[in-house]
Design a protein around this ligand. Structure first.
Ligand code: C2E
Ligand code: CA
Ligand code: CA
Length: 662
């Protein structure tokens, strides 16, 4: 009898020590969980429930073990209650673990989902009700301690049900999760299952609770470890978290706003101080926004942070105003003041954009709007229309590249000395005039540049010009060269000289038949690569013209340094000397300008012409529309004139007729 009592005491102490270990594991999970930032996912909210239920279950576990070993000290009613609560919360833990794993699955059909939820919760309710009205008995002796009876049987059924259901769910999602995650989650289930079996057989070592804690720990490491979702550099959530959060948000079908924030001075700061300082500034912006709005901040690209706001209300507008104010400030770095201007991009979902792909598309489109003056750019109807147009133009360009969809028009250039036309500027058009009506090359060339299509457009342009010249024997008919426009992006492409050589050779045309026009701005910005390309082509005999002179940097040094053959004075410079004729100004404005501004413009133009002549460069004046302009420019010493006065850009047939009539 005494030895049995000693054995029982020993068993009781051992089981209480096991519970101490359980508690330790739980404390570790809680500490790690509370210390780190909360993940904004549906599944994480379920995990929170699992964690709480497990903690409550642990308390009842300790209590029920105490109860079994002290049957005489506790009333039967209380003991029954404790056992009911222990087993009930255990079922809840298993059920919530099942729902937790389920919450990581994609959910499609909402109606079906609600019906399934009822079916999934049913065993829990049936068993809890069954348990509450059924019997439980206890045994404790030297060979073990346990409870038995209908109440326990009900609990076994429910536990088995949720255990198997959870395992099935894991197997179903096998492909979606990494091996590491799968190992963790399977190990968790098998450890708990193993502990239950050991307890069932020995009846002396009550370690199912330890199994439960270990399972929880492994699930935590597999799915809730915040390291996966946090940017270690700046402590914000990362892009994985951002995407996961938004995908869930879209499914809720409630309105929300997504913001991306960068700062205007990013390029300069990055160039001067490097990546780390940029990160620090973004962190600073993050903290300000966090404080003001209380939103979670995500670092999604090197230079961008993002956040989401759920409700669209007047208060949001006020808070935003304040955020805008606070995100323009001076930042001090090593005694240097850096002025920071946070720039916000805002998209309303699901009104304007209904899915993740659309959101990404729209943000990247918005960011292409450089020189953005406003502090906050909203994806309003106008912007979305523009985005649609932009996408349509990309399609048109791609189609035109593959299906000979470009055509060239030629604007004759008049020689004031020879009183004749010996050259022309080739200008590109899209054949497709149905989809969007006439689209100006000014618009589609820019898009081709941004979308990496410009080299293909350039090749098509040059091929068309050359084949036209060849077929119609332009050289024999007195056309000495054709001016072909090059965009800034083409200028710095290493493949440019080869491309031009290839096309000229293919059509058997001499190199000096092509005169490449480079806008002044592109020339200044292109730097060394352009110099290299120009050098290669010039050596072969290709000539260059500086286009749009007077609109960009007016870089006179460049003009002297680079061997341009021709300078094209931009039409705006000329038009400012003739405001009334051009009607570019309102009538009364024009009258006022006639006196002062126009006089000055004329002085500038005269001096520019004089300067270019002094440098022995040819001059083309663009945008010549009236007889007065012709005579004034001729008198001022301009050798070549181009403009509507002589001819608009002409299609191939019209151009041939035009030069043959001369
Ligand atoms: P740009 O090189 O400055 O071309 C001159 C533009 O002025 C042409 O517009 C021409 O039609 C227009 N123009 C000429 N004379 C007059 C005039 O007297 N009055 C008025 N109001 N306008 C006149 P377009 O054809 O719309 O071309 C616009 C721009 O698109 C060009 O400006 C050029 O930058 C670009 N572009 C056109 N074709 C090509 C091309 O084949 N390749 C590249 N890269 N760019 C091109
Ligand atoms: Ca041009
Ligand atoms: Ca021009």
């Amino acid at each position: 009898m005494i030895s049995e009592l000693t054995a029982m005491l020993h068993m009781y102490q051992m089981n209480m020590q096991i519970r101490l270990i359980n508690m330790l594991i739980l404390i570790i999970i809680w500490m790690s969980y509370t210390k780190t930032r909360k993940l904004p996912f549906r599944s994480s909210r379920y995990f929170n429930v699992v964690l709480w239920l497990t903690s409550i279950n642990m308390i009842f576990d300790v209590w029920s073990v105490y109860g079994v070993f002290h049957l005489n000290a506790i009333s039967a009613e209380t003991n029954r209650m404790i056992h009911f609560l222990f087993m009930g919360t255990l079922i809840c833990v298993l059920a919530s673990t099942y729902f937790y794993i389920l919450s990581m699955e994609e959910f499609g059909n909402m109606k079906l989902k609600s019906m399934l939820t009822v079916v999934r919760i049913l065993p829990l309710f049936v068993c809890l009700v069954g348990m509450s009205i059924s019997e439980v008995h206890y045994y404790s002796g030297a060979d073990g301690a346990y409870s038995y009876g209908t109440m326990t049987n009900f609990a076994y059924v429910a536990i088995m049900f949720y255990y198997i259901a959870a395992l099935v769910c894991v197997v179903r999602n096998c492909k979606k999760w990494s091996t590491e995650r799968l190992i963790n989650i399977f190990a968790g289930f098998f450890i708990w299952g193993g502990c239950v079996i050991i307890q069932f057989h020995t009846k002396t070592i009550l370690i199912s609770g330890t199994g439960l804690m270990l399972m929880l720990l492994l699930n935590y490491l597999a799915f809730e470890d915040p390291k996966v979702y946090v940017n270690s550099e700046n402590g914000n959530f990362n892009e994985i978290a951002y995407r996961k959060m938004l995908i869930e948000q879209f499914k809720k079908k409630r309105p929300f706003e997504v913001f991306q924030v960068t700062f205007k001075e990013f390029n300069v700061v990055h160039g001067r101080y490097g990546h780390e300082i940029c990160q620090k500034i973004l962190m600073d912006l993050s903290r300000i926004i966090e404080e003001q709005i209380g939103a979670r901040i995500y670092s999604i690209e090197e230079e961008t942070i993002a956040f989401m706001m759920e409700h669209r209300c007047m208060k949001c507008e006020d808070v935003l105003k304040e955020v805008l104010e606070k995100t323009e400030y001076d930042w001090v770095h090593n005694d240097n003041l850096i002025h920071i201007t946070g720039v916000f991009y805002q998209i309303s979902c699901p009104t304007d954009v209904t899915d993740m792909a659309g959101l990404e598309d729209t943000f990247s489109f918005m960011k292409k709007y450089q020189n953005q003056e406003e502090r906050i750019l909203r994806a309003d109807t106008k912007l979305l229309e523009e985005k649609k147009r932009y996408a349509t133009i990309i399609n048109m360009l791609e189609y035109a590249i593959d299906n000979d969809g470009f055509e060239m028009v030629y604007q004759p250039i008049f020689s004031t000395k020879e009183k004749d036309f010996h050259s022309a500027e080739a200008l590109v058009r899209l054949k497709d005039k149905e989809t969007l009506g006439f689209v100006s090359p000014e618009e589609f060339i820019q898009i081709a540049e941004k979308e990496n299509l410009i080299m293909q457009v350039g090749e098509a342009v040059l091929s068309k010009v050359c084949s036209f010249a060849r077929e119609n024997s332009l050289i024999e008919k007195g056309i000495r060269y054709i001016e072909v426009n090059l965009s800034g992006v083409q200028c710095i492409d290493q493949g440019l000289p080869k491309q031009i050589e290839g096309v000229l050779k293919k059509y058997g045309l001499p190199y000096d038949f092509i005169n490449l026009e480079i806008t002044e701005t592109a020339a200044v910005e292109s730097g060394e690569m352009l110099a290299l390309n120009m050098d290669k082509l010039m050596k072969k005999g290709v000539a260059f013209s500086m286009d749009d002179f007077g609109t960009g940097y007016s870089n006179l040094a460049q003009m002297a340094e680079v061997n341009y053959e021709l300078i094209k004075i931009d039409k705006s410079l000329i038009w400012y000397c003739y405001p009334q004729q051009r009607k570019i100004l309102k009538k009364d404005e024009a009258e006022n300008l006639v006196s002062e501004g126009v006089k000055k413009s004329k002085v500038i133009l005269d001096q520019v012409i004089h300067l270019i002549n002094k440098l022995d460069l040819k001059i083309v004046a663009e945008g010549v529309e009236t007889e007065e302009m012709v005579s004034m420019l001729t008198d001022a010493g301009v050798e070549y004139l181009q403009g509507y006065y002589f001819s608009r850009p002409l299609g191939e047939v019209d151009f041939m007729n035009f030069i043959q009539q001369q």
